[in-house]
Design a protein around this ligand. Structure first.
Ligand code: PRP
Ligand code: ZN
Ligand code: MG
Length: 225
């Protein structure tokens, strides 16, 4: 693998952040065509490569210096940070700015028939989640022990399927909870999208390009306010 002089930006391939991340880059004047089948999209008018990956992979790619910038949700970022701290792996990155999209909350939710008083109602019960580290930190602060049920997807169906008693998952409109006969009991983390940069040494040309993009993002976001 040779070091590329092109700026590498990781964005979510498909999901709640994809469209807005692409839109923001476009409004900063970065021109590209996305081929759904391709992992990489080369910008036409700037030395930029877009890497379209799973959102969970983005924090690690930035922290390992594989990519220069990443658009990511703070929840996924913090989950990976806690994971790496536990493993003694480096978890360094610079947060360039918070973005005005991707707002959601990580919440505890239980079936409608569950008689929930407070988080201690979950004592000893099983909770399904894709965010085991954020959940553990919250429950430890409350001094409540529970059992894990790690699921990367379909978390909302776990109670009905008899896999868990409750869930800890992302909520934005609440439609998914409602459709699955669950109700939100506690918000454990509030999140929005942000732009992060690798802390690995940048060559001056790349850094100048990053500065240019960041100042354009600031302009675009300010114009909307
Ligand atoms: C989250 C979450 C729910 C949905 C909630 O999934 O897991 O499925 O969003 O949104 P709502 O409250 O508006 O219904 P996400 O879109 O992050 O995708 P993923 O589960 O595939 O990562
Ligand atoms: Zn190579
Ligand atoms: Mg989902």
């Amino acid at each position: 693998m040779s070091e590329s002089n092109r700026l590498r930006i990781a964005i979510q391939k498909s999901g709640r952040l994809s469209k807005e991340s692409l839109k923001l880059l476009k409004s900063c004047g970065v021109k590209f065509n996305i081929n759904e089948q391709r992992l990489i999209a080369h910008a036409d008018n700037m030395p930029i490569d877009l890497l379209r990956v799973r959102d969970d992979d983005i924090p690690g790619l930035v922290m390992d210096g594989v990519v220069d910038l990443g658009f990511i949700g703070e929840n996924v970022l913090e989950e990976e940070q806690i994971e790496r701290e536990m493993l003694g792996k480096p978890a360094l990155f610079n947060k360039l700015r918070q973005l005005d999209f991707g707002a959601c909350r990580l919440s505890l939710a239980v079936p409608n028939e569950f008689n929930y008083q407070d988080a201690s109602s979950l004592e000893g019960l099983r909770i399904a989640t894709s965010y085991p580290n954020l959940l553990r930190r919250y429950m430890q602060e409350k001094g409540i022990s529970y059992r894990d049920c790690m699921l990367k997807g379909s978390v909302e169906v776990a109670p009905r399927a008899g896999l868990s008693d409750g869930i800890c998952d992302l909520v934005s409109t609440g439609a998914t909870l409602e459709a699955n006969g669950l109700y939100e009991t506690e918000v454990i983390y509030r999140s929005a999208a942000c732009l992060i940069q690798s802390t690995q040494a940048q060559d001056p040309d790349k850094q100048a390009l990053i500065d240019k993009i960041l100042s354009r993002i600031n302009g675009v976001v300010r114009a909307k306010e």
